[in-house]
Design a binder for this molecule. Structure first.
Ligand SMILES: [Zn+2]
Length: 408
């Protein structure tokens, strides 16, 4: 009995400490009496905890604050340099790395073209070198690193950090976490890139207010999504939630990388748009596209088709309009099922003319059930190219928080 009582006491003490720490992150600089009020802890408990945190160098005193009658109180704040996370976004074209401090501020960044990701073992070893370069660049001591988050496209087995299938990289059953850990002796977490992006974008989607259900869609080479409930990622039973790119929107349509036909990704992703642009040019129907690429089909990207469309090329305009229509159909299904309060559209396709975003919204309005999505606000992603790397750092912090394994 005594043993269990001791364990309970320990658990409560730990929870109190984490609550004080969170209060300091969110509200610092703050004095001890205010912490006690906000955390519902007694002043002596807060004094003990803050003494421990000051001792560990996790928080610091910044002097006396305003007096409310008596002695002016000492103001405390988080020392953001007390620990760091590294986030790696392994994209098909670019690898982006960032380091964030304890307050989730970015302190260093690095990027490099992806190149050929085969053989996988050499490629993963290269990622390890890039992490070391980033730490050197940001002058971050290894003992200050609490973990490394890696985001990449494909199906990931969360517990083992295995990449089950990544068509973008032609990887099947690759033990990414295991191989990376051989090089980097840190806590490593691997997550699907769309989900990492969703976690970061949803954090900002509410303009400071918490969101209830945020659905973030990445419209790039492929199409994927992530669902965030409150501040937590929705994983699904087997960890494959969010695969909106592989709902069928055109029966018997073009073959998709997943093996099915007519997936949203196969008709409306960046790759699909480029492919359709190439086909239109080869049929002699798209002079605007021809002019932009000089007839070299292999140079056509989604961007080329968008540019031709803006210049009035009829075939290109149709390709873009069709893509927006299909994306709207796919998203209206998600809205009918999930009833989110935020829908955030991100990715390379969103960096084109704003009219594409407007067309998608019009298609959603046309296809969703009229009575659904009454609280829905549709926005574009705002956190830029490092958002996925920042998201995987955020996920890592959430995980360490839940496991009570931060160095505080
Ligand atoms: Zn598919």
């Amino acid at each position: 009995m005594e043993f269990y009582q001791k364990m309970d006491k320990l658990r409560i003490a730990q929870t109190n400490k984490y609550n004080v720490f969170r209060c300091l992150i969110r509200n610092g600089p703050i004095n001890r009496a205010a912490i006690a009020r906000m955390t519902n802890l007694s002043i002596p408990t807060v004094m003990t905890i803050t003494a421990e945190l000051l001792d560990k160098g996790v928080i610091r005193s910044i002097g006396k604050g305003e007096s409310s009658g008596g002695k002016p109180p000492e103001m405390l704040e988080l020392d953001p340099r007390c620990f760091y996370c590294v986030g790696v976004d392994v994209g098909r074209t670019t690898i982006r790395l960032i380091a964030t401090d304890a307050a989730s501020g970015q302190v260093a960044e690095l990027q490099e073209l992806t190149g050929n990701p085969l053989p996988a073992r050499d490629f993963i070893s290269r990622i390890g070198d890039l992490v070391l370069n980033l730490m050197e660049k940001g002058r971050i001591a290894p003992e200050k690193i609490v973990g490394i988050g890696v985001a990449m496209p494909g199906l990931i087995e969360k517990e083992s950090g295995r990449v089950i299938f990544s068509p973008d990289f032609e990887w099947t059953e690759i033990p990414l976490k295991h191989w990376l850990k051989e090089k980097l002796p840190f806590t490593i977490l691997v997550e699907n890139a769309n989900r990492a992006l969703a976690l970061n974008e949803s954090y900002f989607a509410g303009d400071g207010e918490p969101t209830h259900t945020a659905f973030t869609v990445n419209l790039g080479h492929g199409i994927g999504a992530g669902l965030v409930l409150g501040e937590e990622l929705y994983m699904g039973a087997g960890g494959t939630s969010g695969e909106i790119g592989h709902i069928i929107v055109e029966q018997g349509g073009p073959l998709c990388m997943c093996g099915n036909r007519g997936c949203l990704e196969a008709v409306a992703s960046g790759d699909a748009i480029a492919k359709k642009g190439r086909a239109a040019m080869e049929k002699g129907e798209a002079e605007g596209i021809y002019a932009l690429c000089g007839g070299r089909g292999e140079e056509i990207e989604a961007k080329t088709v968008f540019m031709a469309s803006e210049r009035g090329d009829q075939a290109a305009m149709k390709i873009i309009d069709d893509a927006a229509e299909y994306i709207g159909i796919g998203l209206s299904m998600a809205i009918n099922v999930l009833d989110p309060d935020r829908l955030v559209l991100c990715g390379g396709l969103m960096r084109n003319d704003v009219s594409f975003f407007e067309k998608i919204k019009a298609s959603i309005e046309k296809h969703k059930m009229k009575q659904t999505g009454r609280q829905l606000v549709i926005t574009r992603g705002i956190k830029g190219e490092n958002s996925t790397a920042a998201g995987v750092c955020r996920l890592l912090l959430n995980t360490l928080w839940r496991e009570r394994s931060l160095p505080i």
